[in-house]
Design a protein around this ligand. Structure first.
Ligand SMILES: [Zn+2]
Length: 221
């Protein structure tokens, strides 16, 4: 309790700028934005060294991306660093192979896991898929899931998507471009599902083992 005559101030001392704030001051979008200034900023190349890329990701995370991963729409936790599946990474919105440049206007922040799925062509068209994969990878870091569990999720979704794509293809009114795009999907997923021919047997064996242990547990009662 404050004694009479003593004024208590709740004003806090100015805090030192974070590295991301310092980075924003040096590389960030001009404060007084005009369309011209925005265009100049968007066309500016990003720094390429790993520590500066991380800071660029933190800066975008705090500004344009509002802390949300553009693929799975789950917040990105900056406590994750390096190769952690939840760590923030930079992603070209228009991919390099389509002429997308490494400039401020063409990057966004994704979880490492989401970025890797995208890079491998496992485009998480369904947000739920991306979320499930991310959650699986985070749980695998925590030792709760194995790589096989993650593989099972990937294949299950790939197979699901294949069925959807086939249904879409069977529908009417697809433009030539859309049809071509979907055919690419079919090819990708077909390959993905057939790449691991042993997995189906593993699942069957696991299911048999589970059944056997359930029967075993039932017999004990
Ligand atoms: Zn994500």
């Amino acid at each position: 309790m404050a004694s009479p005559g003593i004024e208590v101030s709740f004003a806090t001392a100015p805090t030192a700028p974070t590295p991301a704030e310092k980075f924003a001051a040096k590389y960030g979008r001009p404060v007084h934005a005009t369309p011209e200034a925005d265009a100049l900023w968007a066309a500016k190349k990003l720094p390429t060294s790993a520590p500066l890329r991380r800071l660029a990701a933190e800066y975008l995370w705090a500004s344009d991306c509002a802390g949300i991963c553009a693929v799975c729409e789950i917040p990105i936790d900056l406590q994750f660093r390096g190769n952690h599946p939840g760590a923030p990474t930079l992603d070209r919105i228009i991919p390099r192979e389509d002429g997308g440049e490494y400039v401020w206007g063409n990057v966004r922040v994704l979880h490492r896991s989401c970025n890797e799925e995208l890079a491998e062509g496992n485009l998480p068209v369904a947000v739920e898929w991306a979320r499930e994969l991310l959650s699986a990878k985070l749980r695998s870091v925590a030792g709760e899931l194995t790589r096989l569990d993650i593989l099972r999720i990937q294949i299950a979704h790939a197979a699901l998507r294949l069925v959807e794509v086939r249904a879409e293809l069977a529908g009417a009114g697809l433009s030539a471009d859309a049809t071509e795009e979907r055919l690419r999907w079919v090819a990708q997923y077909q390959e993905q599902v057939t790449r691991w021919p042993g997995v189906a047997e593993i699942w069957e064996r696991q299911a048999r083992d589970r059944e056997a242990s359930e029967i075993g547990a039932g017999a004990k009662i």
